[in-house]
Design a protein around this ligand. Structure first.
Ligand SMILES: *[C@@H]1O[C@H](CO)[C@@H](O)[C@H](O)[C@H]1NC(C)=O
Ligand SMILES: *[C@@H]1O[C@H](CO)[C@@H](O)[C@H](O)[C@H]1NC(C)=O
Ligand SMILES: *[C@@H]1O[C@H](CO)[C@@H](O)[C@H](O)[C@H]1NC(C)=O
Ligand SMILES: *[C@@H]1O[C@H](CO)[C@@H](O)[C@H](O)[C@H]1NC(C)=O
Length: 542
């Protein structure tokens, strides 16, 4: 159920009075979501999926830059639930970020209304359930933010626009997977790959001669995936909110948590063609096919299923380097994306994050800079707001790796608002990693094999690197990003490898200012749920 408009209802009045100064001009879109368990058969066997309004995957959110999204989430599961928004920046408002460290869980049989604004953003993103291991059961869906009318988009309007959610999948349900991790064990390899919730027969309908946009997101738990379409090439046009140099690819690597938009032109004879998704860098390659169906086609897809890269890292690295920003194209605003010269801004600080894997008390754990994250009893953001001490310690994680033994803590690193910093992700392990930072998009200035050194900066792309929110780090390699810290709040930085984030490979960046101006950060939303040691407090002075 969705309604778009400027009138009607108490929620609207409430929002207008709350955000009047900043958002009164932007439209409101209302969503009413009921989160339930329901039977799904993605791999042919019955499973309990997490459905939203009866759907698996959940419904898409369609919005336009600066829209206000009012999303009333009813939790009909038997355990606490939260949704988070991959790539949506929630500017000045980390309270609604939907992570354990920012937002209280929605208890069973309760509801909570997220009030988000997709401020100054365009592009392709997705939402997902952030608590426990719910993501293994569904509860995810696409988010698209269209450009405002009058702001040029650097390609013609496509004839159709499809959300394509791809991801690995298990026959085990989310409670089984979680209890396995809780017992200190690793997860087995996934059993299959889904395209829009199906392991076979997912269909994209096209008409000959027309061009379509596919918004591809990897919503899976661990595997990097390669996406390709038989006899069709793809023109990459957008990555997580940045219009890219339009480049043709015959297949595309999509690491866990990442989103890409491609254009495909139906320029072949009208029949069915294979849409193929296969795992990357895995011992056993798993593959799933869907169908690109031309209208009027009565010929099923045939011929060999097109092959793609499997274990080749260099192929992937070269493709990643070819993904660059179109500096002359508009972004969410009419000015060209290249008008912000990120390569000329002095760095205030360099932070290096190294991952580690190991055992603590005989149980498998993962960490960043030797700290394996454990949640606190109260969302960190609420502890800040209510000045509750003892929930976490600032700088409970070092800003350089030590590669010493892993230990448990609620890791929070403080960084200063309005500074410009560099983060280097080091990966001494032999798997591909993928990191996501909430609240931001960052420039991916470099990645390469071996150990990062200050001299590695000589090879950075300081001109047209892509700006995004999720980045891969290849095995025994590093990736460097630049970030303008322009969004105050408590922001989760995590591995998108879901078992790893669950077992501690995450932390929070506390982007801090002593200013209490509304221009820097909104006050806590009046409808916030309060839990842990914040329970019984008041979101406004009495
Ligand atoms: C959600 O769905 C469940 C199962 O269909 C139903 O019992 C419940 O009343 C629904 N809740 C809302 C708020 O619609
Ligand atoms: C998951 O499967 C186990 C049996 O393997 C079952 O006991 C449990 O209720 C299931 N959980 C859900 C959420 O379906
Ligand atoms: C719960 O949903 C009802 C409507 O179904 C709404 O009136 C109420 O404001 C919601 N509560 C919260 C905390 O969002
Ligand atoms: C870059 O964007 C401009 C629009 O400003 C467009 O005309 C041009 O084709 C784009 N170039 C590439 C290589 O994508």
């Amino acid at each position: 159920m969705m309604a778009v408009g400027r009138s009607g209802g108490t929620i609207l009045l409430f929002c207008l009075s709350f955000f009047a100064a900043v958002t009164a001009e932007s439209p409101y879109r209302f969503f009413d979501w009921n989160v339930t368990y329901g039977d799904i058969y993605p791999l042919g066997v019955r499973q309990q999926g997490i459905l939203i309004n009866g759907q698996f995957p959940g419904p898409d959110i369609h919005s336009v830059t600066n829209d206000n999204l009012i999303i009333n989430v009813h939790n009909s599961l038997d355990e606490p639930f939260l949704i988070s928004w991959n790539g949506v920046q929630n500017r000045r408002n980390s309270y609604v970020d939907g992570m354990y460290g920012t937002t209280c869980p929605i208890p069973p049989r309760s509801n909570y209304t997220y009030i988000l604004q997709v401020k100054d953003q365009i592009g392709s993103f997705y939402y997902f359930p952030s608590l426990a291991f719910h993501k293994a059961a569904g509860g995810f869906g696409g988010i698209r933010i269209l450009s405002r009318p009058g702001i040029p988009v650097p390609f013609a309007d496509p004839a159709g626009d499809y959300t394509v959610l791809i991801g690995d999948w298990y026959k085990f349900n989310h409670t089984d997977l979680k209890s396995r991790l809780d017992r200190g064990r690793k997860l087995p390899s996934p059993d299959g790959i889904l395209i829009n919730g199906r392991s076979n027969g997912a269909t994209l309908n096209v008409e000959q001669g027309k061009t379509y946009r596919l918004r591809i997101s990897n919503v899976g738990l661990q595997d990097s995936l390669n996406f390709r379409i038989q006899n069709h090439r793809m023109k990459l046009v957008e990555v997580e909110g940045t219009h890219t140099l339009q480049t043709m690819f015959s297949s595309l690597d999509v690491h866990v948590g990442q989103s890409y938009s491609v254009l495909i032109t139906a320029d072949q004879s009208p029949r069915d063609y294979y849409v193929v998704v296969s795992s990357r860098f895995t011992d056993k390659i798993i593959t799933t096919t869907g169908v690109l169906r031309y209208s009027g086609s009565s010929t099923p897809a045939s011929g060999p299923i097109p092959g793609g890269p499997t274990i080749q890292v260099d192929w992937s690295l070269n493709q990643a380097r070819a993904i660059r920003t179109n500096l002359t194209a508009s972004g969410p605003r009419p000015n060209p994306q290249g008008s912000y010269h990120y390569g000329l801004i002095p760095l205030i600080r360099t932070i290096v994050f190294g991952s580690s894997a190991g055992q603590i008390n005989g149980k498998q754990r993962y960490g960043v800079n030797s700290v394996s994250f454990v949640p606190a009893d109260t969302p960190l953001k609420l502890a800040d707001f209510f000045k509750i001490s003892g929930v976490y310690k600032i700088n409970s994680i070092s800003d350089k790796p030590t590669y010493g033994g892993l230990y448990l803590d609620t890791s929070v690193l403080q960084v200063d608002y309005r500074t410009f910093i560099e983060i280097v992700f080091e990966n001494q392990e032999d798997i591909v990693q993928s990191y996501h930072l909430n609240g931001y998009s960052f420039w991916v200035v470099g990645m390469d094999g071996g150990q990062w050194k200050t001299g590695s900066r000589n090879g950075y792309n300081l001109r047209d690197a892509v700006s995004r929110s999720t980045v891969q780090v290849y095995p025994k390699s590093w990736t460097a990003i630049y970030i303008a810290l322009d969004n105050v709040g408590m922001w989760n930085l995590r591995s998108e490898f879901w078992a790893r984030q669950y077992l501690g490979q995450q932390l929070y960046l506390r982007v801090f200012t002593s200013s209490t101006s509304l221009r820097d950060e909104y006050p806590i939303p009046k409808n916030s749920r309060l839990c842990g040691r914040a329970r019984g407090r008041h979101t406004r002075p009495l």
